[in-house]
Design a binder for this molecule. Sequence first.
Ligand SMILES: Nc1nc2c(ncn2[C@@H]2O[C@H](COP(=O)(O)OP(=O)(O)OP(=O)(O)O)[C@@H](O)[C@H]2O)c(=O)[nH]1
Ligand SMILES: [Mg+2]
Length: 237
Amino acid sequence: AAEEEVEEEEGTDNEAAQSITSSVELSTSSLELSIQTRIFKIIVIGDSNVGKTCLTFRFTGGSFPDKTEATIGVDFREKAVEIEGETIKVQVWDTAGQERFRKSMVEHYYRNVHAVVFVYDVTKMASFRNLQTWIEECNGHRVSASVPRVLVGNKCDLVDQIQVPSNMALKFADSHNMLLFETSAKDPRESQNVDSIFMSLACRLKAQKSLLYRDVEREDGRVRLTQETETKSNCPC
Ligand SMILES: Nc1nc2c(ncn2[C@@H]2O[C@H](COP(=O)(O)OP(=O)(O)OP(=O)(O)O)[C@@H](O)[C@H]2O)c(=O)[nH]1
Ligand SMILES: [Mg+2]
């Protein structure tokens, strides 16, 4: 009878072990599935009316919107891009330039951000001068110096109205360790240039970072990745 008991116990242990193994397999495979697409959060910051919405629309939707209204809070736009055979989701946060439409959201803009795009309007000197304030806001939200930042001068199609000379913008960009893109969300011939703003950042992020899985959280059935570490990869950019 004692032997039988032992056998019974072993049987129970085996069953338990099997069930643990299959649940581990299940969670591993769901984790593998969900890590196939990494998400890079890129925020677009700058004065109202400089063209942040149009630039993000051009990148994610491939066209210039007929009509825009001032952004309230934030609009999310996403685009899946392929870099070196890996599909990456670029999640663009199109932020509001008007103080009254952004003040309750600022903390959310900067939380866990992977890259920052500062935009000014080449036909409006004030929007260029205000960049300093936007950079200070960004620094004030503990955005690490390792988070890549780029500068974008938009509305270059308005050639007769340009107020911000390229060399002035270049000097500013250099002094803040940023790349400068002068472009137009409106001019279809510039669309590749607009894409390259976001693609260059995605390439840099892919080269710099590998997302690890700390505090794996399930939200709406999706796994969220929350930690980053430095690794090397060979990015073509
Ligand atoms: N000519 C020209 N006009 C542009 C360009 N990009 C945007 N605009 C115009 O500039 C105006 C403002 O564009 P938005 O993209 O809404 O500006 P925004 O920076 O998102 O403004 P907020 O949401 O208030 O922060 C709109 O009338 C656009 O049509 C451009 O490249 N060239
Ligand atoms: Mg907008």
